[in-house]
Design a protein around this ligand. Structure first.
Ligand code: TZP
Ligand code: MG
Length: 392
């Protein structure tokens, strides 16, 4: 850690003195202690109408070349809120208003010792997006496909905002009696264009809770609770437990088939099969940003899933599998065509294991959905798949 040697007012070499209950740097000329406080900084969370998050690519140290939230230091005489809006304007060209405070995070900095980062979410954003001071790019990202964010404080502030939003928009709100109908509901954004990489797409089976804990602790980015036999009451209980685990590790939580259970436990999304509720109908009762995945079994269905507004599709079974035995395997060529054709994330599924995913990766698959392969050595399997396909 760097320390100060000279008084910033008169330039005299500093000494040390016991003052206000501890030893502090002291200027013998000014007769004042020199406090070593954390430096105040701000970070702005800006989201567009598609619920994508604005990040900037830094072109200054520390962490030049990496992405972070727009923001910067508070100048003398400025309120943190003013500093936040000024930095936003300088770095991205955008103007906005403070929506709400999103947490203060203290973090150690190799350059500035300690920094206290004050986060704010921004509303009423306007202006033309242009990378400005201290950054080479300013880009909106799908929150499920974020690049690595350079600062822990920014990651935590962003998580605060996304979490708050999720809790503010429970699906139940949309199901209140007497307030139904398309007009009442803010529609979720349609399927996103950006190709996602989840890497391991973990589907639980058997001991769901144990698999969830093991997979999430090993860094799974997404996990689906798939249960074909249990009663719905029991499913709610299990899903609640899995929600806690996924929340703890920051893993996206998807529930297979049951939009009501997804709503009750506050999951991040639902996975719907060809015979389940149509995506457009589902969108009417889910909050914006809620993920809807669709199972597909051919190129035609994959294209249709994207057109209908799925956030991602599953395609398979790629290989023969007892987990879905009444389906004819579609093979790698079809998967290749699907990956090359649709613009939303494609999860290859059916008969996948550590021995055959490399050939799928070769044809452009970035997301590997599996049931049986996560039953044993879950952590190891998750890690090995995520090494093949690191976070974007
Ligand atoms: N959808 C298509 S194949 C499949 C599903 C749910 C099952 C995949 O199971 P496994 O055990 O990974 O082959
Ligand atoms: Mg289904």
């Amino acid at each position: 850690m760097r320390t100060k040697h000279y008084c910033h007012v008169c330039g005299t070499r500093l000494t040390k003195k016991f003052f206000e209950e501890r030893e502090r740097l002291f200027c013998p000329q000014c007769q004042y202690p020199v406090y070593e406080n954390p430096l105040p900084a701000t970070a702005a969370v800006v989201m567009n109408e598609n619920h994508e998050v604005l990040l900037v690519k830094r072109n200054v140290e520390p962490k030049a070349g990496q992405w972070c939230l727009p923001g910067g230091f508070v100048e003398m005489g400025e309120a943190p809120e003013q500093a936040c809006l000024r930095e936003l304007k300088e770095e991205t060209g955008l103007e906005g208003e403070i929506h709400r405070w999103a947490g203060n995070i203290i973090s150690e900095s190799p350059v500035y010792q300690w920094v206290i980062v004050m986060g704010y979410s921004i509303k009423n954003v306007r202006g033309r997006l242009t990378a400005g001071d201290d950054c080479s790019e300013a880009v909106y990202f799908n929150p499920v496909a974020l690049p690595t964010i350079a600062f822990r404080s920014h990651r935590e502030i962003l998580r605060n905002v996304l979490e708050t939003q999720r809790h503010e928009e429970p699906i139940n709100k949309k199901l209140l009696p007497g307030v139904q109908g398309d007009g009442f509901l803010e529609k979720s954004p349609p399927g996103r264009r950006r190709q996602e990489n989840f890497g391991a797409y973990v589907i639980t089976s058997g001991n769901h809770i144990e698999i969830a804990e093991r997979a999430c602790s090993a860094g799974a980015r997404i996990l689906q609770y798939r249960e074909k036999h249990a009663g719905r009451g029991e499913m709610v209980k299990t899903a609640r437990e899995i929600r806690k685990i996924t929340e703890k590790y920051g893993t996206l939580f998807i529930i297979n088939d049951f939009i009501d259970i997804a709503s009750i436990v506050g999951a991040d999304g639902v996975h719907l099969g060809q015979d389940d509720i149509p995506i457009a109908e589902a969108r009417k009762i889910v909050p914006s940003g809620f993920l809807i995945g669709r199972s597909t079994h051919s190129l035609e269905q994959a294209i249709e899933g994207e057109q209908q507004g799925a956030d991602y599709i599953g395609i398979g079974p790629v290989f023969a599998t007892p987990t879905k035995e009444n389906y004819i395997p579609i093979g790698i060529d079809t998967v290749k065509q699907v990956v090359e054709t649709v613009g939303i994330p494609v999860v290859a599924i059916g008969g996948l294991n550590l021995d055959n995913i490399a050939e799928l990766h070769k044809v452009g698959v970035k997301n590997f959905g599996m049931v049986r392969a996560f039953q044993k050595n879950t952590e190891e399997v998750v890690r090995r798949i995520n090494q093949i396909e690191p976070r974007a």
